[in-house]
Design a protein around this ligand. Structure first.
Ligand SMILES: [Zn+2]
Length: 241
C-alpha cells in the first residue's frame, strides 16, 4: 500500500514538473499571436495553427489541474473599481460587427469595454488613491500571449497587452493599454491576481484625447477560433476586489 502511494506521488510530481517545464506551447502561441498582429499568416493556415496550439495547452491543463471547478463569478478586472467605470451607457461601447481575431492589428469594430480610471492629468496614477491601478485576472487561467514592449511611435493598437485562456470555461480574456505587465506566456494566474497596471500604451490610447483606461474583451471559441462576445452582464455581476 505504502509503495503504491509512493508510486502515485512520484507520478504526480513528475507530471507536474513536466507541465511546468513544457512552456514551448505558450512561447509558440505568443509567437503565433504576434504573427497574426503583424498580418503574417494566411487565414486557413492560421486557423489550423491556432487549433493545434490550443490542443497542446488543453493537454497541459489536464496535467496541471487536479480538478477544474468553474467559478460562478468573475472579479472586476480593475482593483477598487466596479462596472460604473465602464465607458458608454449600459455597455453600448461594445460593438463587434466586422471584427475577426485573425485580422490582427488591422481589425475594425470595438469588441471590448473601456474601463476608465480617475486620472485627469494622464499620469496613470489614480487621482483618489495616488497609486497605480492594478489590472487583475477575472478568473483562473493561462497567460497565452502578452507583450511588455511598446514604443510611442508604434502603430500597435493594444500596446502592452495580455491574453489569458480560462480552461474551465474555454473563454479568453484580453487586457490592453497597460503601463507595465507582470506575467509571461505560460504563467498560470489565479482569479484576482495582479497581472498589470493600467496605462496608456497603444496607438490610440497614447493620444491626449483618450482618457486613461483598460480595454477589456472576452472571447468564446466558435468553430475553433476566438470570437468576441459582450461580457457586460458578467462585468456588472463581478466582485470588486
Ligand atoms: Zn477600447
Amino acid at each position: 500500500m505504502q509503495k503504491l502511494v509512493l508510486f502515485f506521488s512520484f507520478l504526480l510530481i513528475s507530471t507536474g514538473a513536466l507541465a511546468q517545464r513544457d512552456t514551448s506551447a505558450f512561447t509558440k502561441f505568443n509567437d503565433f499571436n504576434n504573427l497574426v498582429l503583424n498580418g503574417g499568416v494566411k487565414k486557413p493556415e492560421a486557423q489550423k495553427q491556432f487549433e493545434t496550439l490550443l490542443k497542446r495547452i488543453n493537454i497541459l491543463e489536464m496535467i496541471r489541474a487536479e480538478r477544474i471547478i468553474p467559478k460562478t463569478q468573475w472579479v472586476f478586472p480593475l482593483k477598487g473599481y466596479k462596472s460604473s467605470a465602464i465607458g458608454g451607457t449600459h455597455g453600448n461601447g461594445y460593438f463587434d460587427k466586422g471584427y475577426r481575431y485573425l485580422d490582427g492589428n488591422k481589425h475594425g469594430a470595438h469588441p471590448a469595454h473601456d474601463i476608465f480610471i480617475n486620472d485627469r492629468n494622464q499620469d496613470c496614477i489614480d487621482d483618489h488613491t495616488q497609486k497605480a491601478v492594478d489590472v487583475i485576472a477575472v478568473d483562473d487561467g493561462w497567460v497565452i500571449a502578452c507583450t511588455n514592449q511598446w514604443e510611442p511611435n508604434s502603430n500597435m493598437r493594444g500596446g502592452k497587452f495580455i491574453w489569458i485562456y480560462h480552461p474551465a470555461t474555454h473563454i479568453f480574456t484580453y487586457y490592453a493599454h497597460n503601463n507595465q505587465i507582470f506575467v509571461k506566456p505560460g504563467g498560470y494566474v489565479t482569479q484576482g491576481q495582479k497581472i498589470a497596471e493600467v496605462g496608456r500604451t497603444g496607438y490610440n490610447a497614447y493620444k491626449k484625447r483618450s482618457p486613461t483606461h483598460l480595454h477589456f474583451s472576452a472571447f468564446k471559441l466558435v468553430d475553433g477560433i476566438p470570437v468576441p462576445y459582450n461580457p457586460y452582464e458578467q462585468l456588472k455581476k463581478a466582485k470588486t476586489l
